[in-house]
Design a protein around this ligand. Structure first.
Ligand code: HEC
Ligand code: HEC
Length: 400
């Protein structure tokens, strides 16, 4: 499967090189060696065939070109190591990959919102990092514009990786013997505030995933790539207005408008009048209070926190829907567990209140329509997700 993908998206010269590397890898594997030494000194497992650098140079079917120059291979390899390194958190317990788990769609399935430093809960759902290269703004509220700068938010947040300062992190990395020479090879300089971010961003930019059954049908004309149910689901996706926000272009699709909208999820969490509220007095001891007034259960007001414009209250960034079948639970607070729940939520018209986006309104969908919409969403899983996961685990995790 991976080889077929390489054939369709990667220029011939690269393919030939890949084939040579695979041949060497197979030879080494036969000689019972499990690793290959790449030209930049990085070690890869021999069964690891995806080339992240080639992927950024030629993204899979359905995806646009990535802006900006392709990062060096050495930068991608270094970023991958940092991404998995638990020593980057203050007490050495948390890596980026523990909230953005490769086997779980680069997000976390078990919990609606991940648990960070010392058991502290993070207030929002961890977005998947597939195709994050295309996001002009990062986070559910769009508060960051650069992947290389974004890394400092989790590294320094008290409830995430909890480091005391930027300098602390840079000095720590510089002191780890297994990183000796790696920054010099990738960036020609020792670790600093800029290149730590650039390395992690280089790896994240390469997590491109397309060439899904939908892409092969819609963009490459292979009618057999998707089921009749998924095709019907796509028609409903367009006719129900979903594509107004989750956009599909004539030659490629990111399934987002990169805008911010109020679907009612944030309002629901914060202010929907609750008839009863449960108050925990001590572990295991709760009392139920009947209350007439709304009880706010969340202080999250979305995009408003960044713009202070009241119109932005409870607006969140439109997520891409690529690989969405792999990235449950859904919405900024992880409050919807399955794709069927999400479709059902839209069918009911979101949560009605002042400020609800006018495009969100009750839809007349039969249960077959809802199943078809889910089948369409499930057809958006890229062909290389297993290869990206294998690649992620191809280097030793940076535990001491
Ligand atoms: C404790 C869990 C946790 C850890 C550890 C963590 N993240 Fe995240 N990450 C999140 C959550 C939650 C969000 C969304 C926060 C928000 O929108 O306010 C997020 C958002 C992001 C985004 C924005 C994605 C988008 O689509 O906008 C990127 C990129 C990212 N994280 C990368 C990283 C990197 C790199 C590291 C390690 C340096 C890291 N994360 C560590 C939980 C975590
Ligand atoms: C007005 C713009 C808009 C329309 C119309 C819209 N969406 Fe969304 N969609 C969003 C936003 C914004 C979110 C994120 C909400 C949040 O994080 O709380 C979202 C989230 C989702 C998610 C969850 C993705 C994830 O990773 O959490 C799915 C699935 C989805 N939409 C599918 C659909 C379908 C199917 C339709 C049509 C029935 C639709 N959307 C219509 C804006 C829209």
């Amino acid at each position: 499967m991976i080889r077929t993908m390489l054939k369709t998206v990667i220029p011939k010269s690269v393919r030939v090189a890949t084939r040579v590397v695979s041949a060497v890898a197979i030879a080494l594997a036969c000689a019972s060696a499990h690793t290959v030494e790449a030209e930049d000194g990085a070690t890869r497992r021999s069964d690891d065939r995806i080339d992240l650098w080639a992927l950024t140079a030629a993204p899979p079917l359905g995806l646009p070109a990535v802006d900006g120059p392709s990062p060096a291979r050495a930068a991608i390899d270094l970023g991958r190591r940092l991404f998995f390194d638990r020593r980057l958190s203050f007490n050495g317990t948390l890596s980026c990959a523990m909230c953005h788990v490769p086997e779980q769609g680069f997000t976390q399935h078990d919990v609606a919102t991940p648990v960070g430093f010392g058991g502290a809960s993070v207030r929002r759902n961890a977005p998947s990092l597939y195709n994050v290269a295309y996001r002009p703004r990062l986070f559910h509220d769009g508060r960051e514009g650069s992947l290389a700068l974004q890394v400092w938010s989790p590294l320094l947040a008290a409830n995430e990786m909890a480091n005391p300062s930027i300098g602390y992190v840079v000095e720590r990395i510089a002191s780890l013997p297994d990183y000796a020479g790696t920054f010099e090879r990738a960036f020609g300089a020792p670790p600093d505030v800029v290149n730590v971010g650039s390395a992690i961003a280089a790896y994240e930019r390469a997590l491109l995933s397309g060439d899904s059954p939908f892409d092969r049908w819609y963009f490459a004309g292979d009618a057999a790539a998707v089921t009749a149910s998924a095709r019907r689901g796509f028609e409903l996706f367009v006719s129900s207005g979903c594509a107004a926000c989750h956009r599909v272009g004539p030659e490629r699709a990111l399934f987002t408008d990169d805008g911010y909208h109020d679907t009612g999820i944030g309002y629901d969490r914060a202010l929907r009048p609750q008839s009863v509220s449960r108050v925990q007095l001590a572990p295991g001891v709760t009392v139920v209070l009947a209350s007439a007034a709304p009880v706010p259960t969340s202080s999250d007001v979305g995009r408003y926190e960044i713009t202070q414009d009241p119109a932005d209250r409870w607006r969140y960034r439109t997520p891409s829907l690529r690989n969405v079948a792999l990235t449950a639970p859904y919405m900024h607070d992880g409050s919807l567990a399955t794709l069927a729940d999400v479709v059902d939520f839209y069918a009911r018209g979101g949560v009605a209140h002042d400020g609800l986006d006018p495009l969100i309104r009750p839809l007349k969908l039969t249960s077959r329509d809802e199943a078809d919409l889910v089948a369409f969403l499930e057809s958006l899983t890229g062909s290389n997700v297993a290869a990206l996961t294998a690649d992620a685990r191809s280097v030793p995790i940076g535990d001491p």
